[in-house]
Design a protein around this ligand. Structure first.
Ligand code: KG4
Ligand code: ZN
Length: 361
C-alpha cells in the first residue's frame, strides 16, 4: 500500500490531498481546496503578492485538514508530492518549501511535480484510461493540446500564441464589469444572450497550423463594448453569448486538427480518447461542443469531475505516485528549485519567449 500527500500552491488555490493505492485500487482519502477567490475578487484577477501571503497563512492548516480528513498522521504517509512549477513563484516557494520541511522532518521521499503533469494524468486516476491519449488543457494560465504517451512522455502539439482561454474569459468579464472569476460569470450571462448578435472573429479558424489565439477576440469584444457604452443588461448578455459562440467554434476547429493527427499517429486504437482538463472544462457550451466533435470523429471524451478538473492537490499526489511507480523520481529533491516556467514537453520551445505573456509553459 502506498500513500501520498499532495500539495498544490501554484496559483490561487491552497490545496492538500491524500491518496492511497493498494493493488490496482486507488482512493482519494481527502482533497482539500481552499480557494483565494475572495482575496483577489476586488482586483479582478490574481494578485501574486496576495496569493503568496495567503498560501503562507493557509497551507499548514490545509495540510492538517487533509491528513485529518484522511484519518492519518504523517507517519502513515510514504511520500510527499508538491507542485514545483509552472506557476507564480511566491506560491511555488511556499508549497515546495513546506513539502521539503515535512519530508526532511519525517524522513519521507519528496517528489517535485509539474502542475501540468498533474492535469495530464488525472484521467488515469478518475477513469483508469491507458496511454496514449490526447489532452486538451484549458485553464486560466494554459491552453494546449498534449500528446500523452506515458508518464513523463509528453509532446505538445498545439498551444495558444497569445492569451490562455480562461484568461480571455476573465478579461472579457472584467471589461463588462462582471465579477471574477470571469468564466462562470460570462457563461451565466451568456445563457440569456443572443449568440448571433455580434460577429466576433474566430481566430485561426480553418488554418492548417494547430494552435490557438484569443487576443484578437478579446480586442473585438472591447471595441464593441466601447462603441455601445453604456451597456444594458441585454447588451452584456448578447456580448457574452456571442463571445462564447466564437470561442467554442474556434476551439473545436483547432482541436479537430489534433484529433486528425492523433488518429494518423495511432491508426490501431479502436476508440481513441480526448481528455479535457483545466477550469474552462467546466463550461457547458464548450463541453457540449467537444462532445459533438468527439462523437463525429469517433473519439471518447473524458472529462474528470469538476473538483479534479480545476486546480487541486489530488492530481499532484497522483502524478507523484505515477512517477514513483515509473521509477522516475529524482534524487536529491530537497535541493530542487521551483520553476515558474516548466514546459511539460521540454523539446517544444514555448511559442513566446520567457517573460512574455501567452504560452505560459
Ligand atoms: O484550472 P483552473 O482552476 O486554474 C488555473 O488557471 O490553473 O482554471 C481557472 C480558469 C479561470 O480563468 C476561470 O475563469 C476559468 O477557468 N473558468 C471558466 C469556467 N469556470 C472556470 N471558463 C469558462 N466557463 C466556465 N464555466
Ligand atoms: Zn491548473
Amino acid at each position: 500500500m502506498t500513500r501520498i500527500l499532495g500539495i498544490e500552491t501554484s496559483c490561487d488555490e491552497t490545496a492538500a490531498a491524500v491518496i492511497e493505492k493498494s493493488g490496482n485500487d486507488t482512493k482519494i482519502l481527502s482533497n482539500v481546496v481552499l480557494s483565494q477567490i475572495a482575496d483577489h475578487a476586488a482586483f479582478g484577477g490574481v494578485v501574486p503578492e496576495i496569493a503568496a501571503r495567503a498560501h503562507v497563512e493557509a497551507l499548514d492548516g490545509v495540510v492538517k485538514a487533509a491528513l485529518d480528513e484522511a484519518g492519518l498522521s504523517l507517519q502513515h504517509i510514504d511520500a510527499i508530492a508538491a507542485t514545483a512549477g509552472p506557476g507564480l513563484i511566491g506560491g511555488l516557494i511556499v508549497g515546495l518549501t513546506t513539502a521539503k520541511a515535512i519530508a526532511a522532518a519525517s524522513g519521507k521521499t519528496l517528489i517535485p511535480v509539474n502542475h501540468l503533469e498533474g492535469h495530464a494524468l488525472t484521467a488515469r486516476l478518475t477513469d483508469g484510461i491507458d496511454f496514449p491519449y490526447l489532452l486538451l488543457l484549458v485553464s486560466g494560465g494554459h491552453t494546449q493540446i498534449v500528446h500523452v504517451e506515458g508518464v513523463g512522455r509528453y509532446q505538445r502539439w498545439a498551444s495558444t500564441i497569445d492569451d490562455a482561454l480562461g484568461e480571455a474569459f476573465d478579461k472579457t468579464a472584467k471589461l463588462l464589469g462582471l465579477p471574477y472569476p470571469g468564466g462562470p460569470s460570462v457563461e451565466m450571462a451568456a445563457a440569456d444572450g443572443d449568440p448571433a448578435r455580434f460577429a466576433f472573429p474566430r481566430p485561426l479558424k480553418g488554418e492548417s497550423r494547430p494552435d490557438f489565439s484569443f487576443s484578437g477576440l478579446k480586442a473585438a469584444v472591447r471595441r464593441e463594448a466601447t462603441a455601445l457604452a453604456p451597456l444594458s443588461e441585454k447588451d452584456i448578455a448578447d456580448i457574452c453569448a456571442s463571445f462564447q459562440q466564437a470561442v467554442t467554434e474556434t476551439l473545436t476547429d483547432r482541436v479537430a486538427r489534433s484529433l486528425d493527427r492523433f488518429q494518423e499517429t495511432h491508426p490501431d486504437l479502436e476508440i481513441p480518447a480526448l481528455v479535457v482538463a483545466g477550469g474552462v472544462a467546466a463550461n457547458q457550451a464548450i463541453r457540449a461542443a467537444l462532445d459533438t466533435l468527439c462523437e463525429k470523429a469517433g473519439f471518447r471524451l473524458i472529462a474528470p469531475p469538476l473538483r479534479l478538473c480545476g486546480d487541486n492537490a489530488a492530481m499532484i499526489a497522483w502524478a507523484g505516485l505515477e512517477r514513483l511507480e515509473a521509477g522516475l523520481e529524482e534524487e536529491e529533491t530537497l535541493g530542487f528549485a521551483p520553476r515558474p516556467r516548466w514546459p511539460l514537453d521540454q523539446a517544444s520551445a514555448p511559442l513566446f519567449g520567457a517573460g512574455k505573456r501567452g504560452a505560459k509553459a
